[in-house]
Design a protein around this ligand. Structure first.
Ligand code: NAP
Length: 314
């Protein structure tokens, strides 16, 4: 399960081939790992379409990228709020109308460690709603276009998947009782990963051709806790991240690798491999069995279809 493919230095952007003619769609790319992934892909001549919730931040990010790579750089954005299913549907239609080819959809956006329970307009605990249900719907709506492009789906997970309850709380997935920021975030990242491995199995069973890869950025200095975490967690992370975390750019390497590299395995989890998979060479990481629970994954798929109204027969 943890066979290394890339030797002692792991995968690095030096291994990237030219990407002219390729189109990458990335959620939550105005900052953090998503922005750095966009930079790397653009540096090799790819087209990047960001799917972001903030117009202002998107325009600022695009302006920075055009300053760095030149005004003709092919980077744009579609406005999408993953917390609102109607927005995901609208954004998917807009994207499909303007993007004939999707070489990879990178499900990167997330919120984390939301201090108190928040419920989305569609009625979901906010981390489960944004991180999982929003992406489930987006993946389903873009799936055929990705398949026609011989493309792939990348799900950005987190080591948190194995640090919470290690299961989906089907009896109370919104944490109406016993809400904790950590357990609700961990559930949402486990849900994303369980979904990805279930999608791999369904694609194999039904003879579809989309590849699905799962990765995580380790511990990276991004904006992840800035808006959502409790003041105490923000202080702890501000100190800890200086000591234990790597740059946002390195945090982007696993998702860029998964989006571009052929010959990756399934089911696998790719990310930094040292110090409890927080930093270090990017390669295959140990994968806890909780992400591969097929009974829970099937139940989660049904829940996700009911929650999003998308009847997705892969
Ligand atoms: N940083 C780490 O140490 C770490 C560790 C484990 C896993 N991860 C994972 O890495 C991925 C990237 O996160 P990051 O660390 O780069 O954090 P980040 O800097 O906070 O980036 C997250 C992105 O998601 C976007 N986003 C949040 N809510 C959204 C919504 N409702 N609709 C659309 N976009 C939304 C944010 O947009 P706004 O700017 O508008 O908020 C931002 O662009 C996430 O999946 C996260 O779970 C990170």
């Amino acid at each position: 399960m943890t066979n290394k493919q890339f030797g002692p230095t792991g995968w690095t952007p030096d291994l990237l081939e030219p990407l002219a003619g390729k189109t990458y769609v990335i959620t939550g790319a105005n900052g953090g790992a998503g922005f750095e992934a966009s930079r790397l892909l653009l540096s090799k001549g790819a087209r990047v379409v960001m799917m972001n919730r903030s117009v202002e931040k998107s325009e600022a990010a695009i302006s920075r990228l055009k300053t760095e790579f030149g005004p003709a750089t092919d980077v744009s954005f579609v406005r999408m709020d993953l917390a609102v299913l109607a927005s995901v549907r609208e954004a998917a239609s807009e994207l499909l109308a303007q993007t004939p080819k999707i070489d990879a959809l990178i499900c990167n956006a997330a919120i984390a460690q939301v201090a108190r329970q928040e419920i989305t307009v569609d009625g979901f605990e906010s981390q489960l709603g944004v991180n999982h249900f929003g992406h489930f719907l987006l993946c389903g709506l873009l799936f055929d276009r990705i398949e026609q492009s011989n493309g792939r789906i990348i799900v950005v997970g987190s080591n948190a998947y194995k640090m919470g309850l290690k299961r989906i709380r089907f009896e109370d997935s919104n944490f109406d009782t016993q809400y904790t920021a950590w357990n609700a975030y961990a559930q949402s990242k486990l849900a994303q990963m369980m979904f990805a491995y279930e999608l791999q199995r369904r694609i194999a069973a039904y003879g579809r051709s989309v590849r699905v890869q799962v990765c995580h950025p380790g511990a990276s200095r991004t904006n992840l806790l800035n808006d959502t975490a409790s003041p105490l967690n923000k202080i702890i992370w501000a100190i800890l991240s200086r000591l234990i975390a790597q740059s946002a750019e390195k945090g982007a390497w696993p998702e860029v690798m998964c989006a571009t590299r052929d010959g990756l395995g399934e089911p696998r989890l790719y990310g930094p491999t040292r110090r409890a998979q927080t930093v270090g060479p990017v390669d295959a990481c140990p994968l806890d069995a909780c992400a591969l629970d097929q009974q829970q994954a099937a139940q989660l798929w049904s829940l996700s279809e009911a929650a999003t109204g998308l009847h997705w027969k892969v």
